[in-house]
Design a protein around this ligand. Structure first.
Ligand code: NOJ
Ligand code: CA
Length: 522
């Protein structure tokens, strides 16, 4: 385990929307650098920055046109180098977003690949051998290029799939993963990684890490082999560099080179039951929530989360970190479904569980989901990508630009939460986040890889649905419901409350947790 990950708490930044320093209405890298003290003061000591590379922005930068160039709208490569240096001076680490599965259709590799004449890049993407060949079950585009063939897509239409080869091969145009073209793709991605690592980057969040090899087995045998190969390169050349996968399959990711994997939101999975529990699809009315564990009146027990999370944790905790998030740029903000008091205890649990927690910018003040038209391929996700709300006043402190020229509008409501207001108010959500993170950093028992054990997780009985867990010598407990709960924890004499949200009292061997309360005992 890489030493710095033990105490790492990540802050995810959507660069478009964090801080605009040159008044053009869009966030930039100098803006991020200028806010490092703020982030550190909150208790986050590491960053994940969404793609900040040159791109036509049809998928907000997940359509990379030049892997080695910062998008001019965010600044220059030197600005990014400066961000790395300043972060390191402050003891912070920075992950970039690596998009290995596809590029933009405007990437020079793809342009070369589309040509009729054979060249170095002809096999960099997955092409069939005829303009009518279809895609063997995969989404494909035909009729757009002079080259006589169709090409496979990895996500949106603008994102042709890079060629890492096929597991099971049943068409003549499908290559095995050890074909020279496929190996060249792996080497090209390693080259991109080395480029940023040499400049000071501390690792990568890997987009769609599962997506490299097509027709791969259920166990993703060939994709996993590529990640082991890449991890071996890192181990040799940059042993402290970290990799986190967008995969939500810790049994695969953490055993095949990744240091961390995300537990992502999916319909009715454990994370969904904990924080969201939307009815229907992800873009259904976000205010229709109410079934999440942390909703005061949901009646949902912690078993809905544990049934999913615990077996994965047990199977992988020796290999790496299975990480919990407050939200990300692809999901509806938690404030859409949870009140401030619900958010407090939700975050308290997320930040005291194993794994390195990820806080999405603005969730520390309960920024709200906005109903907005789509921007740069965001669709329903656009509403979670609005500008950071720093202070009351023009554009809520995000930018000096005219409001109509902002990348996205700021929250227009009169009571839109801001950092400045919440820092003034000792009862704010910001202070809850800050104090729980300070407590975490002060206790090695709350390190990302420190031991964890379920202590008390009864099935829900009406409003009785508390949860208690052990971290090293500490005991953490939460009661999300609207009624007080007694937890028969067989506490040792002398056990005291060390951190409390709401109310908590040790009575003999029991813990009495007030309604909507959280406590750490030791
Ligand atoms: C996952 C990213 O998080 C998402 O924002 C993007 O649209 C897709 N991958 C495609 O790269
Ligand atoms: Ca700017």
């Amino acid at each position: 385990m890489k030493q710095w990950l033990k105490d790492a708490v990540f802050y995810e930044i959507y660069p478009q929307s964090f801080c605009d320093t040159n008044g053009d209405g869009i966030g930039d890298l100098p803006g991020i650098t200028s806010k490092l003290d703020y982030i550190k003061g909150l208790g986050c000591n590491a960053l994940w920055i969404n793609p900040c590379f040159d791109s036509p922005f049809k998928d907000a930068g997940y359509d990379v046109r030049d892997y080695k160039k910062v998008a001019p709208r965010y600044g220059t490569n030197e600005d990014l180098a400066q961000l790395f240096r300043t972060a390191h001076e402050k003891g912070m680490h920075v992950l970039l977003d690596l998009v290995p599965g596809h590029t933009s259709e405007e990437h020079p590799w793809f342009k070369a690949s589309s040509q009729v004449e054979k060249n170095e890049y002809s096999g960099r993407y997955i092409w069939t051998d005829h303009c009518f060949a279809g895609g063997d079950g995969m989404p494909f585009i035909g009729g757009e290029t002079d080259r006589n063939g169709t090409y496979i897509l990895n996500f949106f239409k603008c994102q042709p799939a890079l060629n890492y080869g096929y597991g099971k091969i049943h068409e003549s145009w499908q290559q095995p993963t050890d074909a020279p073209d496929c190996r060249a793709t792996v080497e090209a991605i390693k080259d991109v990684m080395r480029f940023w690592l040499a400049m000071g980057c501390d690792g990568f969040r890997v987009d769609m890490a599962f997506s490299l090899v097509k027709n791969d087995t259920h166990h993703k045998k060939y994709t996993c082999a590529i990640w082991r190969d890449i991890a071996a390169m890192l181990q040799e050349e940059y042993p402290q560099a970290a990799l986190i996968s967008e995969w939500n399959a810790p049994r695969l990711a953490l055993k095949n080179g990744f240091d961390m994997d995300f537990m992502l939101s999916g319909t009715h999975n454990g994370y969904d039951w904990l924080m969201r529990a939307y009815d229907g699809t992800m873009d259904s009315n976000p205010h229709n929530i109410g079934k999440a564990y942390f909703c005061k009146d949901s009646g949902t027990g912690i078993d809905k989360f544990l049934d999913d999370w615990l077996p994965s944790y047990k199977a992988t905790h020796k290999d790496g970190l299975y990480c919990l998030i407050t939200c990300n740029h692809d999901t509806i903000r938690p404030a859409a479904g949870l009140t401030t008091d619900e958010l407090r205890i939700a975050y308290a649990m997320l930040f005291t569980m194993p794994g390195a927690p990820f806080l999405y910018y603005g969730d520390e003040i309960g920024m709200r989901y906005q109903k907005l038209p789509t921007k740069e391929g965001g669709y329903f996700r656009t509403g979670s990508r609005t500008p950071m709300q720093w202070a009351p006043g023009k554009n809520l402190g995000f930018s000096d630009a005219a409001p109509e020229s902002l990348y996205l509008p700021v929250d227009p409501s009169a009571d839109a939460p801001t950092v400045a207001q919440q820092q003034e108010d000792p009862n704010s959500l910001w202070h809850t986040v800050q104090s729980i993170l300070a407590f975490r950093h002060a206790h090695r028992d709350l390190d990302s890889d420190a031991p964890f054990k379920v202590l008390f997780a009864p099935k829900a009985k009406g409003d009785y649905r508390p949860f208690a867990w052990r971290r090293g010598k500490l005991i953490c407990a939460v009661n999300p419901a609207g009624a007080q709960a007694e937890l028969p924890l067989k506490l040792k004499e002398g056990t005291r409350t060390l951190f409390v949200i709401g109310s908590a009292e040790v009575r003999g061997e029991d813990l009495i947790l007030g309604d909507q309360s959280f406590a750490v005992l030791g």
